[in-house]
Design a protein around this ligand. Structure first.
Ligand code: GDP
Ligand code: IMO
Ligand code: MG
Length: 428
C-alpha cells in the first residue's frame, strides 16, 4: 500500500491525467479531491483520446474504483454528459462514486462567474467561466447546495428560497437574467435521477480500502501556482490543488499518504491572466505553443508558454512535500538547438537576486528570469523507453532539474501515449 498524490507542479495542464492513467494500473482507487469542470484532463491510449473534466482519469482501467471527493465542485450537467460519453465508448462507469458532500455548480454560479469577470474589467482573472469561484464562495459562505441536497426536496426548496433572492439581487443589479426557484429545482431533479445511482458515502469505501491495505491514488486538478492560498493570488483558482488538499478533499487523513508526485512540463504554460516570470513573448514561445499543441482542453484558449522555472519548481516541491517528479513533454524540445532553465529571479529595479520564490506577489512584476542555457539534443526521443537510451543532453537536462529542485525525476514522459514513458522509479 503506497497511497500517492499526483499534483500539478505549475499552473495546470502539466500532463497529470497521463500520469494518473499510467499509475492507475497499480492502484485500487483513484479519487479527485478538488476543483470542478475547470479541469481538462487528456489521456491518450491505444490511439484513442479521452478528455475528462470531473471523472478521475483512472476510469479507463476496468475494475478500478473511481471517486469524486467532497472537495470537488460538480456541475451535474457536465458530469452527466461525461458519464454518457464514456458509456458510449464502452467504458464501464459502474465503479464511479460521487461524494454526497461535494458541492454543486448550478446555473446561477455560471452566470455569476461571467458577471464577476465582466466587472473586473482590466483586472480579469481569466477564469474558465465554469462557475467554479462562485460555487466555492457559496461553500465557504455556507449557502452551497451539496449533492445530498438534491435528494431532499423540501430542504432543497427552503435552501433555494434563501439563496436565490441573494443571487438574483446581484444579477438584477447588473441587468442580467435572474433565476426562478422552480427552474433550479427542475434542473436538480433532472440530474438527481441521472446521478442518484452514483452517489455513495465514499468515506465508507475509503475506510474499508485503507483497512485492507489497498492503494489509493489522489488526482489533483489545476496546479500549485493556481492554489488559492499558495499560488499567484488573485490569479488562482478557488480550491487547494496542492497535496494538502488531497486530505481535506477526500476525508483521508494525511498520515495515510506516503508519496507526492509533482507533475511538471519541461517548460511552463499558463492559461488565463497573472504573473508568469519565464513567459516567452517571442518566436521561441510560439514554437513551444505550436509544437506542444498548447491549447486549453476546457476552453480552447491558447496557453501562454515559457521556459522551465526551477525557482517556482523548488517552491512547489516544498509546498507539496514532493517525493518525486514526473517530467512531461520533454519531446517538445526535440528540434530545439538549445533549451533554458530559469535558476533565479532578479529584481530589475535594484538587481536583487532571488534564489527562492517570493510568495508575496507584489514583487513579481519586477522580476526577470536568470537563465542557464543548455544544448538541445535535436533528435526524436518519442520512441525511447529507457533513461540510458536518451541522448546525453536530454539526460543532462533531466538531471539538472533534479539537482535544482532536490527531487528525483522518477517518470519522464516523451509523448502523449501511455507507453511513451520512461520510468526510473515507479512511485507505486
Ligand atoms: P492535465 O490537465 O495536467 O491533465 O494536462 P492536459 O491534459 O490538460 O494537457 C496535457 C497535454 O499534453 C495533453 O494533450 C496530453 O495528451 C499531452 N501530453 C502529456 N504528456 C505528454 C508528453 O510527454 N509529450 C507530448 N508531446 N504531449 C504530452
Ligand atoms: P487542469 O486540471 C490550467 C485557470 C484558469 C484561470 C484560473 C481561475 O486541466 O490542469 P477558474 O475557472 O478555476 O476559476 O479559473 O485558473 N485554470 C486552469 N488552468 N489548467 C486547469 O486545470 C485550470 N483550471 C483553472 O485559466 O487562470
Ligand atoms: Mg488540463
Amino acid at each position: 500500500m503506497t497511497n500517492v498524490v499526483i499534483v500539478g507542479g505549475q499552473w495546470g495542464d502539466e500532463g497529470k491525467a497521463k500520469v494518473i492513467d499510467l499509475l492507475s494500473e497499480k492502484a485500487d482507487i483513484v479519487i479527485r479531491y478538488q476543483g470542478g469542470c475547470n479541469a481538462g484532463h487528456t489521456v491518450v491510449t491505444d490511439g484513442k483520446i479521452y478528455k475528462f473534466h470531473l471523472i478521475p482519469s483512472g476510469i479507463l482501467y476496468p475494475g478500478k474504483i473511481c471517486l469524486i471527493g467532497n472537495g470537488t465542485v460538480i456541475n451535474p450537467e457536465v458530469l452527466s454528459i461525461e458519464i454518457d460519453n464514456l458509456i458510449e465508448k464502452g467504458i464501464d462507469t459502474s465503479n464511479l462514486y460521487i461524494s454526497p458532500l461535494a458541492h454543486l455548480t448550478l446555473p446561477y454560479h455560471l452566470a455569476l462567474d461571467e458577471l464577476s469577470e465582466e466587472s473586473l474589467q482590466h483586472n480579469k482573472i481569466g477564469t474558465t467561466k465554469r462557475g467554479i469561484g462562485p460555487t466555492y464562495i457559496d461553500k465557504i459562505g455556507r449557502t452551497g447546495i451539496r449533492v445530498e441536497d438534491i435528494f431532499e426536496k423540501e430542504a432543497l426548496s427552503s435552501k433555494l428560497e434563501i439563496i436565490l433572492p441573494q443571487k438574483n439581487m446581484i444579477l438584477e443589479h447588473y441587468g442580467k437574467k435572474t433565476y426562478e426557484k422552480q427552474e433550479i429545482i427542475e434542473f436538480c431533479e433532472k440530474y438527481a435521477e441521472k446521478l442518484g445511482p452514483y452517489v455513495k458515502d465514499i468515506s465508507e469505501i475509503t475506510y474499508n480500502a485503507l483497512k485492507q491495505g489497498q492503494t489509493i491514488l489522489f488526482e489533483g486538478a489545476q496546479g500549485t501556482m493556481l492554489d488559492i492560498d499558495h499560488g499567484t493570488y488573485p490569479y488562482v483558482t478557488s480550491s487547494n490543488p496542492i497535496s494538502a488538499g488531497a486530505s481535506t478533499g477526500s476525508g483521508i487523513g494525511f498520515t495515510h499518504i506516503r508519496k507526492v508526485v509533482g507533475v511538471f512540463k519541461a517548460y511552463v504554460t499558463r492559461v488565463g491572466e497573472g504573473p508568469f516570470i519565464t513567459e516567452l513573448n517571442d518566436d521561441e514561445g510560439g514554437k513551444l505553443q505550436e509544437i506542444g499543441q498548447e491549447f486549453g482542453t476546457t476552453t480552447g484558449r491558447k496557453r501562454r508558454c515559457g521556459w522551465f522555472d526551477s525557482v517556482g519548481a523548488r517552491y512547489s516541491a516544498m509546498i507539496n512535500g514532493l517525493t518525486g517528479i514526473a517530467l512531461t513533454k520533454i519531446d517538445v524540445f526535440d528540434s530545439f538547438e538549445q533549451v533554458k532553465i530559469c535558476t533565479a529571479y532578479q529584481d530589475r529595479r535594484n538587481g536583487k537576486v532571488y534564489e527562492n520564490y517570493p510568495s508575496g506577489t507584489y514583487v513579481h512584476k519586477y522580476l526577470e528570469p536568470v537563465y542557464e542555457t543548455m544544448p538541445g539534443w535535436q533528435q526524436d526521443i518519442t520512441g525511447i523507453r529507457e533513461f540510458s537510451d536518451l541522448p546525453g543532453n536530454a539526460q543532462e537536462f533531466i538531471l539538472k532539474i533534479e539537482s535544482l529542485t532536490g527531487v528525483p525525476v522518477e517518470i519522464t514522459s516523451v509523448g502523449p501515449g501511455r507507453e511513451q514513458t520512461i520510468i526510473r522509479n515507479c512511485p507505486i
